[in-house]
Design a protein around this ligand. Structure first.
Ligand SMILES: [Zn+2]
Length: 358
């Protein structure tokens, strides 16, 4: 997701924060400051950090359960509506998705119960309302975790409730129809919630509704794409009419190639035709400004580029292309021969054609 920044990596998963989450922290601190000065601003910020830790623990509930089913999670993004752990793929069995979706709320419930017990024990016989005066911080965390739990069980993407609903529907009617229904319900809830927030001047509710709407949209799009590409292999998706650039060519020669056609990424090959790397337009432009036109392609190309075999399936190929963060990947046969170029543009075109033909 754009506008999100990595702040840590835990057990192979990047923890990212979306800029709107930071705005929320600032807003919260500002409210504390305006009401009771700098000390209150600090308390507010600390409370938010503790909340943040609870959200991360919740996400690790999902992550560890997903790992049990062999699904990796490249990153977790913290949004104002909570965290979203991005699964590398949707688990094959609806039952697995159900368990992954429930693992997060289970962690949140456990945190709330443990904190409540601590609160109870620390205040001996006092009743709950008195306890919250003694231990406002703990009481706040219990409340927030209960709120998190209830919020996450709302049956709309990207909340866990949406995934639970999709898993239940998918086990009866298949992934595609299950997702469509769950996404439509999520978007309807988002529109109703957003309108309600507008009429009541509740900016936070409008913001939440906005993210719910986007989340439902993204989920539906991902599943539609997966369905549209069902059964395809890389050899059907790749660009076969492309040009390569020799590793010893100068940047000047590469510029001529770039300007002579539509192609923007060029596989870089050695004398024997083996792929050494890839020259992207960005490589070329940066190389020109840093090293000048006489530098060689070898100096500025991207190396250690993952290659894909022509027999690889659609979803796996798409995942690898996205994970590489490169605009194109070379398609290389078992013997090492370069036979094609896998690009997002070409995949998009192919899916459009396939949908039109249905
Ligand atoms: Zn969750």
């Amino acid at each position: 997701m754009r506008w999100s920044y990595r702040i840590a990596t835990i057990a192979g998963t990047d923890i990212k924060v979306h800029v709107t989450f930071l705005l929320l922290v600032g807003w919260w601190a500002l409210i504390g400051y305006s009401q009771a000065g700098p000390a209150a601003a600090l308390t507010s910020a600390l409370a938010l950090l503790a909340l943040f830790a609870c959200v991360v623990l919740h996400e690790f509930g999902h992550i560890l359960m997903a790992r049990r089913f062999g699904v990796r999670t490249p990153d977790v993004i913290l949004l104002p509506i909570g965290g979203v752990a991005r699964l590398e793929r949707i688990p094959d069995e609806p039952r697995q998705e159900l368990l992954i979706a429930l693992a997060g709320p289970a962690v949140t419930l456990a945190i709330a119960v443990v904190l409540f017990l601590v609160l109870r024990l620390s205040g001996s016989n006092a009743d709950v309302s008195e306890l919250s005066e003694h231990q406002p911080f703990l009481a706040f965390l219990v409340t927030v975790n209960i709120y998190l739990l209830l919020f996450n069980l709302i049956p709309a993407f990207p909340m866990d409730g949406g995934r639970v609903l999709r898993a239940l529907l998918a086990s009866r009617m298949g992934l595609l129809r299950g997702t469509r229904i769950a996404a439509t319900l999520g978007q309807t809830l988002a529109v109703v919630g957003g309108l309600y927030g507008l009429t009541r001047s509740e900016p936070l509710l409008v913001l939440v509704a906005f993210f719910v709407f986007l989340g439902a949209n993204a989920e539906a799009a991902a599943v539609e794409t997966r369905a549209a590409g069902e059964g395809l292999q890389v050899r059907q998706m790749m660009v076969t009419d492309f040009r390569t650039v020799p590793v010893h060519a100068s940047l000047n020669q590469a510029v001529d190639l770039l300007l002579s056609g539509e192609q923007r990424e060029f596989p870089v090959v050695d004398n024997l035709g083996r792929t050494e790397g890839i020259l992207t337009r960005d490589n070329l432009i940066r190389g020109l400004s840093q090293h000048g036109p006489e530098a060689t392609v070898a100096e500025v190309m991207t190396t250690n580029v993952p290659t894909v075999p022509p027999t690889l399936g659609f979803q796996e190929a798409l995942d690898r292309l996205r994970a590489s963060r490169l605009p194109a990947l070379p398609v290389v046969e078992f013997g090492g021969a370069l036979v094609g170029l896998l690009t997002l543009d070409n995949i998009t075109d192919l899916l459009l054609v396939r949908r039109a033909q249905r």
